[in-house]
Design a protein around this ligand. Structure first.
Ligand SMILES: Nc1ncnc2c1ncn2[C@@H]1O[C@H](COP(=O)(O)OP(=O)(O)OP(=O)(O)O)[C@@H](O)[C@H]1O
Ligand SMILES: [Mg+2]
Length: 359
């Protein structure tokens, strides 16, 4: 797929602008704080329904305005499509796909697919399991329409179970309720871990090749259901884990086992990347995983996603940058940089940004 043009109105520092993109590479360049990332943020909003920089949509609305509007015209499988969103100060958002209002988030996901590379992604490796789950979940939501409902169900069940645990007094009624919740949470956890585990298998087998070609390093991983090592099938695993965690749940007044604790342990050349990996190794692994993410999306949907690089290409060494660009020939790539590409590395179109104006 290819984004043809984006119109943003009262979004961040943009008053009203229409930006047209090259079907190949578009470089968005300019000084710091002029509005480069704002464009990437706007485009990725259509893929992920949220910003990668803030969890508060109100931050996206231009200061002193009541609402922000984004409209994208894009091509997907030979069809020209429209995607619009209105974000209001109250927090309300309204999406329109091909001018029809979207009423359920499951109708949102999958219409617009993009792979994002931002410096913050290094957190995938460095930080806790949450970032690694988020990486897998955001890709899966774009690929599998029912997955978002699976996640909602899990989050609703765990919220309700936690509410019981918070004020737990030890009554029989509470114990019966917890048994019922556990039965459902076992099923829900098993479903989510199974889907994520399958996806991780595909992701890492591809990422391994990219990392090896880029650096000669060997990548391996372990998917840890509820943060634990096990080769049981997920249903069996959770059926023994969750009831056995009850005493601990009660002590902590909160759920201590379930798919919400899944993690992925990543290793390079047999040692933990998080503990021992150099900055460069961590960065290369993230890049390899992102290239793999794009390939899977392309294979599943039969059209290549849009690749968005915020600042990251200029931070990589020449060898890695060339490797990435060689893998992304004939795909749409949108890059931001403070530099105007005097050397002509990117080719394609250049858009200069100055105070939220694009030319
Ligand atoms: N809600 C908002 N309303 C108005 N302006 C905003 C809003 N949010 C952010 N800005 C402005 O947008 C600008 C930042 O834009 P952006 O993050 O796209 O910059 P950038 O060009 O990517 O910079 P850098 O090179 O430092 O990454 C800042 O000037 C900031 O004040
Ligand atoms: Mg930026």
């Amino acid at each position: 797929m290819r984004i043809i043009e984006l119109t943003a109105e009262n979004f961040r520092n943009i008053e009203k602008e229409k930006i047209e993109f090259s079907p190949d590479t578009t470089l968005i360049w300019g000084n710091n704080a002029e509005g480069k990332t704002n464009v990437v943020e706007a485009i990725y909003y259509f893929a992920n329904s949220k910003s990668f920089r803030t969890s508060n949509d109100r931050d996206l609305i231009r200061f002193d305005q009541d609402e922000a509007k984004l409209s994208a015209i894009f091509e997907d499988g030979g069809r020209i499509c429209n995607f619009d969103v209105v974000i209001q100060k109250s927090g309300k958002r309204t999406f329109f796909y091909n001018k029809v209002k979207i009423t359920k988030m499951s109708e949102f996901f999958g219409n617009f697919r993009a792979v994002l590379f931002v410096p913050e992604h290094l957190r995938i490796v460095k930080n806790g399991p949450k970032e690694r789950r988020a990486l897998i979940d955001s890709s899966l939501c774009q690929l599998k329409k029912t997955y978002i409902s699976d996640l909602y169900r899990y989050s609703k069940l765990s919220g309700e179970k936690n509410a019981i645990l918070r004020d737990y007094k030890g009554t029989e009624a509470e114990n019966t309720m917890l048994d019922i919740y556990d039965e459902n949470i076992i099923k829900s956890s098993a479903k989510i871990s199974e889907i994520r585990r399958e996806y991780a298998k595909e992701l890492f087998s591809r990422a391994e090749k990219h990392l090896f070609d880029m650096s000669g390093d060997r990548l391996s991983y372990e998917y840890k259901m509820s943060g634990l090592t096990s080769d049981k099938n997920p249903e069996e695993f959770y059926a023994s884990l969750i009831p056995n965690a009850r005493k601990r749940d009660i002590v902590y007044h909160s759920m201590t086992a379930g798919a919400g604790r899944d993690d992925i342990e990543i290793s390079v050349n047999g040692t933990s990347l998080r503990q021992y990996g150099s900055q460069g190794q961590q960065r290369s692994v993230v890049v390899a995983m992102k290239l793999a993410e794009g390939e899977i999306a392309e294979e599943k949907t039969k059209s290549s996603p849009i690749y968005l690089f915020d600042d990251i290409l200029s931070e990589l060494d020449e060898k890695r940058r060339e490797y990435i660009l060689s893998k992304l020939k004939n795909k749409q790539v949108i890059v931001t940089s403070c530099l105007g590409d005097e050397e002509g590395i990117y080719g394609g179109k250049r858009v200069f940004v100055n105070g939220g104006k694009y030319c």
